[in-house]
Design a protein around this ligand. Structure first.
Ligand SMILES: Cc1cc2nc3c(=O)[nH]c(=O)nc-3n(C[C@H](O)[C@H](O)[C@H](O)COP(=O)(O)OP(=O)(O)OC[C@H]3O[C@@H](n4cnc5c(N)ncnc54)[C@H](O)[C@@H]3O)c2cc1C
Length: 445
């Protein structure tokens, strides 16, 4: 049975809000089917929300919302490390349960609060030249279609269906379960070290290819880059004391960063100085712990974000251009530029589809005027055929996106097949994919 709640919904940063007709929280597969049918039988649109960590309007609806948070079980595990889980399990809970079984996810992003279905649906990624985004670890997906039928997608039965469902923006149906390829659990030995920016950019390929995971933060108004360099290892974990971890990850990375954002909001002329102070404060630190404890960190301050995937070969030039934009006083930017690297993959709507990619992320005070800065960065990303992260801010439309994705029409064909009436549509999907269904779908509320 689904719990029925009636309330407002907002995302993590509080910028995306909606008032669904109702919010249901199913606890079982049958409950999920009943929740979908209860909506579609009344002609309502349906949207499944994960944990609301998208900066885009991907999860918004004024129809029926399904909160997948209670669908959080590990369902099955086989000897080859395939693990089947319910869609609403968070990455944090999944990591802990996998670890107890001696397993781990191959790669992760920098937080673990997302649900597995939400994370794959927007192509959430980490960093590492050999590692594609999380959805590449998906072997099978089960989803509930608008008519209540359970559709099983895997490479053997429906390869294109799976390549669409791995990164589907919630457009194909309500995901009930995901089967993931896991690896033997491991530790990560991570060193954060400041390097001269010019030196880091000149040696970018060597840094990226010479480490399992490499990430770069470039501070506007400075000549400094903080390089986060990680090696996978089976050496025993040596976690920092809780007090040391709190001091570094909460006090330094959140409270100090939050205070700087507040000062910058009120005294924009101080931004170059604040940025230099932040860069100067980045000392060398090391962390050796279970993989998932190193990948994920605390994010207590709120911000908004845009991120583009571009062909990796353009990374250096693109970073230099974005830094030049970020330093323009009118944009009031007090966050570093974040640069990550992933291997290409074959999900139809993965921003890394068919190409090894560099992801360039820009952040801004969510209460400030972020739009002109993001627009200027997006314009430069267009020169490299940049594809926006589906869970972050961007303003591209279906007409523009169609030219960026070689299999865009194939995705739309799968969508027309699995959701012919547009039951899972919302304004975000109308903008980025166009109307649902062969004939444009039926508009619902
Ligand atoms: C602080 C922070 C840090 C982040 N770090 C990273 C990072 O390191 N790397 C990165 O790539 N991204 C990152 N993100 C973005 C985030 O990973 C994605 O936006 C992700 O989609 C959020 O997952 P969610 O569970 O919150 O999904 P939601 O935001 O709630 O939903 C995302 C989409 O998935 C759909 N969906 C969710 N569940 C289902 C389901 N069961 N069936 C069908 N559709 C479903 C929704 O309808 C929606 O379209 C970060 C975001 C924040 C706020």
């Amino acid at each position: 049975m689904a719990d029925e709640l009636r309330r407002r919904w907002r995302n993590w940063s509080g910028e995306q809000r909606c008032r669904p007709l109702l919010i249901q929280r199913p606890r079982t597969r049958e409950g999920l089917i009943a929740a979908v049918l209860a909506a579609t039988a009344r002609g309502r649109s349906v949207k499944v929300a994960g944990s609301g960590h998208s900066f885009s309007g991907a999860a918004l609806t004024d129809g029926a919302m399904i909160d997948a948070g209670l669908l959080d079980r590990v369902l099955d595990q086989d000897a080859a490390g395939l693990v089947k889980v319910e869609a609403g399990i968070t990455l944090g809970a999944l990591n802990r349960r996998l670890d107890r079984r001696g397993l781990a996810l191959e790669s992760l992003g920098d937080i673990d609060r997302q649900t597995i279905a939400g994370a794959i649906s927007t192509a959430t990624h980490g960093t590492g030249a050999r590692f594609p985004n999380l959805s590449s670890q998906v072997e099978a997906v089960e989803l509930v279609a608008a008519d209540g039928s359970l559709v099983a997608l895997d490479a053997g039965t429906d390869g294109d269906g799976l390549r669409a469902a791995r990164v589907a923006l919630g457009a194909l149906g309500a995901i009930y379960s995901v089967t993931l390829r896991t690896v033997t659990n491991f530790r990560i030995d991570r060193t954060d070290r400041p390097r001269p920016l010019a030196e880091a950019l000149a040696a970018l390929d060597e840094l990226v290819d010479g480490r399992d995971h490499f990430e770069l933060y470039a501070f506007p108004h400075t000549e400094t880059a903080l390089c986060r360099e990680s090696t996978r290892t089976q050496a025993p974990a040596a976690p920092p004391s809780p007090a040391a971890a709190f001091a570094r990850e909460v006090v330094v990375e959140n409270w100090v960063a939050g205070a700087m954002a507040r000062i910058a909001r009120h005294v924009p002329a101080a931004i170059p100085t604040l940025s230099r102070l932040a860069a100067a404060g980045t000392g060398r630190t090391r962390k050796l712990d279970r993989s998932f404890r190193v990948y994920a960190s605390e994010r207590r301050i709120r911000f908004t974000e845009m991120e583009y995937a571009i062909p990796r070969g353009h990374a250096r030039e693109a970073v230099e251009r974005v830094l030049e934009i970020a330093a323009r006083p009118e944009y009031r930017v007090c966050f570093p530029i974040e640069v990550r690297f992933v291997a290409g993959d074959d999900a139809m709507l993965s921003p890394a589809h068919g190409r090894d990619s560099a992801y360039i992320a820009v952040h801004h005070d969510h209460l400030g005027d972020w739009q002109p800065y993001f627009d200027a960065v997006a314009a430069s990303m267009a020169d490299y055929g940049g594809r926006p992260h589906w869970g972050k801010r961007h303003s591209l439309t279906a007409a523009e996106l169609a030219g960026l994705y070689p299999r865009f029409d194939d995705f739309r064909a799968v969508r027309a097949r699995l959701d012919p009436e547009g039951a899972f549509a919302n304004p975000y999907l109308e903008r980025v994919l166009g109307p649902a269904g062969a004939g444009g779908g039926r508009r619902r509320r």
